[in-house]
Design a protein around this ligand. Structure first.
Ligand code: CU
Length: 70
């Protein structure tokens, strides 16, 4: 089973930032699919049920951006 989580992300200013976030999500165990929207400052993440919103927020934070549940 998987679930879809939507986040608001602060700090992305260009395509480079977007790809930073994308790389971090791609490297995260349990993340099956995602889209990052630079203009909308958001990310939609499809992940295994055992992946928590908090852990994904930590992944984005580690990449240098600030995520919150949208
Ligand atoms: Cu940038």
């Amino acid at each position: 089973m998987s679930k879809t989580l939507t986040f608001h992300i602060e700090g992305m200013t260009c395509g480079h930032c977007k790809s930073h976030v994308e790389k971090a999500l791609a490297a995260t165990d349990g993340v099956t699919q995602f889209t990052v929207d630079l203009a909308d400052k958001s990310a939609t993440v499809e992940a295994r049920d055992d992946v928590t919103a908090e852990s994904l927020i930590a992944v984005v934070d580690d990449a240098g951006y600030t995520a919150s549940v949208a």
